[in-house]
Structure formats: structure tokens, C-alpha cells
Design a protein. Structure first.
Length: 87
């Protein structure tokens, strides 16, 4: 989302707001853009903080999902204790 990058960088906020408004016009069901527009209108600091927290949570969730998606890896034969190795 282009607007998010500009908001987090605290640069060209007018352009970011126009991107958010255009996004809401193009897709009225886009609740993320709607709420972010309202937050940025009422308090740019609150909008930036909320967006930053959202991104942090989303990145953490993605990393955890990727970490556990393949399941446990098999233990290489070289690392299995000698008495437990199957012949």
C-alpha cells in the first residue's frame, strides 16, 4: 500500500491521504483504508502509530506461520544416538 509507506515515513501526507480516499472510492468495502483515513484526519500521530503496530503484528504472524508450516525436520542419521539407529 503506497499510502502506508508515505504515512510511516511521515512524508507527503497530502498525497497519502489522496491515495487512501481514492482507494475508498474504488472499493467502498476497503475497511482498512476507511479507518486509516479517519485516523489520519483526526490525529496523524495516532494513524502512524496504529499503522506501525498493525504492520508489526502482521509481520510477526507471517514469520510464525512460515516457521511452523513445514512441520518438524527429520533428524539426520549422523545425529541419532548409536543405540537408537535403525539398521
Amino acid at each position: 500500500m503506497v499510502a502506508s509507506d508515505y504515512i510511516l515515513a511521515n512524508k507527503e501526507l497530502d498525497f497519502a491521504m489522496s491515495c487512501l480516499r481514492q482507494s475508498v472510492r474504488n472499493d467502498p468495502s476497503d475497511t482498512k483504508s476507511k479507518y486509516l483515513t479517519q485516523l489520519m484526519t483526526s490525529s496523524p500521530l495516532l494513524g502512524r502509530t496504529t499503522l506501525s503496530g498493525y504492520r508489526t503484528l502482521a509481520n510477526t504472524k507471517n514469520k510464525l506461520n512460515n516457521l511452523f508450516k513445514d512441520g518438524p525436520k527429520p533428524v539426520p542419521v549422523e545425529l541419532v544416538p548409536i543405540g537408537d539407529a535403525k539398521k
